[in-house]
Design a protein around this ligand. Structure first.
Ligand code: DOR
Ligand code: ZN
Length: 356
């Protein structure tokens, strides 16, 4: 039985770090696990320009624990009025790595998002020309569409025509949750389409949200789906296929804002991300594929070198804490809080509240 596994240091290709006191608390957990992360731009005031992304990057770097080996890769939030010139300059200056498209109204802080692809066509033309990846929150916002069908509908109504109209645009379908998405990405032979997969979508199906009562800490968007979808995601994640890679979608919200009459979507999985992926890969008998998924496929898609440093996971059962306290007050309930994981990350202590 494998008792230890060493990988090139992985990267997180989809992460919400927030700002201020929340950033200060959550950043150390991602920095302990990952060498780089694609940082989502959906702050309360979204990161809509290169200047805002540069300033946000500075705040992230200033919040890093001493000695951290972590590089934030910045994204810009597309709006109907986004300037193609600003995006182009930001990308060419190395401030921006990608642009994120939230269909307006699809999820947390997406109200300034894009109302139709036509509105951002000139921006997408520019991105296609300069090789800047488009990161998609792939859900239909048509209120008539069932919440469990929104990803599958988005693929046919928006993604398929988008790929046809922008035949060289690099696209990441973020946090895929369905067999339809897995199959769609696998069917693309162009090499310019990829997908990220979260730990929660590999570990749970939608029954988990309703087991013994309603479980707000398992609510995220896109929402967990049926078992057949979870199994399809496991198959592609563990296949070694370079089009699928790690993106946690760790999305912290205060416990009080999740345990309420209208709870926020988002799962704070940063403290347990790699340990969770490792558990899922072992269950599939695919520990030998974990490094490709976590550390190699993402950099390859983004045209970056894999990290030189390494991390080691050890077989050691540990209990995930129920709470991570914010120095400024309030608490986060981490993914799997209160349960045990069979894999631990060496040199990354069990999460503890960060001192001010
Ligand atoms: O569950 C989610 N939370 N999905 C998203 O798309 C956004 C995220 C957040 O920012 O909280
Ligand atoms: Zn996200």
């Amino acid at each position: 039985m494998t008792t230890r596994i060493t990988l090139r240091r992985p990267d997180d290709w989809h992460l919400h770090l927030r700002d201020g006191a929340m950033l200060q608390t959550v950043l150390s957990y991602s920095a302990a696990q990952f060498g780089r992360a694609i940082v989502m731009p959906n702050l309360k005031t979204p990161v809509t320009t290169t200047a805002l992304a540069r300033a946000y990057r500075e705040r992230i770097v200033a919040a890093l624990p001493p000695g951290a080996d972590f590089v934030p890769l910045m994204t810009v939030y597309l709006c109907d009025g986004t300037s193609a010139d600003d995006l182009c300059r930001g990308f060419e200056d190395g401030v921006l790595t990608a642009a994120k498209l939230y269909p307006a109204g699809a999820t947390t802080h997406s109200e300034h998002g894009v109302t139709s692809i036509a509105k951002v066509a000139p921006v997408l033309e520019t991105m296609q020309a300069i090789g800047m990846p488009l990161l998609l929150h792939g859900e239909s916002t048509d209120p008539a569409v069932d919440v469990f069908d929104r990803e599958a509908v988005f693929i046919e109504s928006t993604l398929r025509p988008l790929l046809r109209d922008f035949p060289a645009l690099k696209v990441v379908l973020e946090h895929i949750t369905t067999e339809e998405a897995a199959d769609f990405v696998r069917a693309d032979a162009s090499g310019r389409l990829a997908a990220t997969i979260t730990p929660q979508h590999l570990m749970f199906n939608r029954n988990a949200i309703f087991t013994g009562g309603i479980r707000p800490h398992l609510y995220c968007l896109p929402v967990l789906k049926r078992e057949r979808h979870r199994l399809a995601l496991r198959r592609v994640a563990t296949s070694g296929d370079a089009r699928f890679f790690l993106g946690t979608d760790s999305a912290p919200h205060l416990r009080t804002l999740k345990e309420t009459g209208c709870g926020c979507a988002g799962i704070f999985n940063a403290p347990v991300a790699l340990q969770s992926y490792c558990t899922a890969f072992e269950e599939e008998g695919a520990l030998d594929k974990l490094e490709a998924f976590a550390s190699l496929n993402g950099p390859r898609f983004y045209g970056l070198a894999p990290n030189e440093a390494s991390v080691t996971l050890e077989r050691s059962s540990w209990e995930v804490p129920q709470d991570v306290e914010l120095a400024a007050g309030g608490a986060l309930h981490p993914f799997l809080g209160g349960s045990r994981l069979p894999w631990a990350l060496r040199d990354a202590p069990v999460p503890e509240p960060v001192a001010a």
